[in-house]
Design a protein around this ligand. Sequence first.
Ligand code: SAH
Length: 383
Amino acid sequence: MSETNEPKNSDALTPSELKLIFDEPKQKVKPPKHFADLDPAGRKELALELGIPAFRANQVATHFFTHHNDDTESWSDIPKDMRALMAEKFTPKLITLVRTIECDGGTTRKDLWRLHDGVLVESVLMRYSDRTTVCISSQAGCGMNCPFCATGQGGLTRNLTAGEITAQVVAAARICDSGALPGGPTRLSNVVFMGMGEPLANYNAVIRTVRNITAPQPDGLGIGARSVTVSTVGLVNGIEKLMQEDIPVTLAVSLHTPDDELRDSLVPINSRWKVKEVLTAADNYAQKTGRRYSIEYALIRDINDQAWRADLLGRLLKNRNAHVNLIPLNPTPGSKWTASRPSDEATFVSTLESYGVPVTVRDTRGREIDGACGQLAAAELIK
Ligand code: SAH
């Protein structure tokens, strides 16, 4: 990929900013290579390297992406003596279920996964009347350090590989197939990158995963790009790169306040890319893809929920192709912050509406299971 999408008209990143965004602790042992790390051509090359005819790569893809099946022993169209090699080289087990917590009558479930090196990540599966969505993690931990977010408090442990991120989606699709969710078997229809991590700080693995999700079968899961949402703190260089990919995924920007002064502390990367720069990048993304973007806004009592901030946000967004998603703050353990009073939330909504800005309040699915943001992984670590 060319580097022409680096931020324009701005100074180079300082070493500490680079560290914040892109550095990851040295991994002691790299995760096993998985065929979901590769593009379809690379999968065929891998087969040939292993002395396996290239067409077998399509069979693997059909089992994995179409049937959500990584149990090579059950692959009856693959010669028995080839299955062990395939299990090792194509579909090694990358994530192991540690525990599941359910709420909302079982229609919301949070799965905690252990990776090969013992690192923990989580995903949340939510069944609604018209869709089933999985919220996945792109990093173990997060380097963005937003003070209201549980994941942010522990820092970044490491980036996940495309195989590890894709495995969360395939596992969710398998759970949907199995009928384990109330209502019987269903199809996984939506994927949101709103679990642990900053997806655009793990760019290549996230894009490979997006392609695995959106590519037609058998090369991918065949889920439409419009049903995939990438949520970011606002890494402008990442948004600009994403724009060049020609995959019109929905972009969500975690704005949380319209003014730079407060945003510098709520979303510390704001010291690098200011509100206006982030919105301009999102506007360009919307124009290029034809997709409306979302503004994520966690309403925090007496911090960012004042009527004047709603007014400022309304003025900022009134002529933009954006939709505001208000999220009542899910308080993290030990934090003094809490969700807004209902009357302040209602004023916030009506103020935005008075500017004609589309706004919804996100339902608080999964609150009892700390559905938001790394709280299950954190609980497991301190047990
Ligand atoms: N790093 C990405 C995606 C992960 S978080 C991002 O920031 O967009 C997904 C969303 O949950 C973000 O909008 C994030 O700001 C929000 N969030 C984090 N902690 C929260 C909390 N305690 N309560 C409510 N929303 C929270």
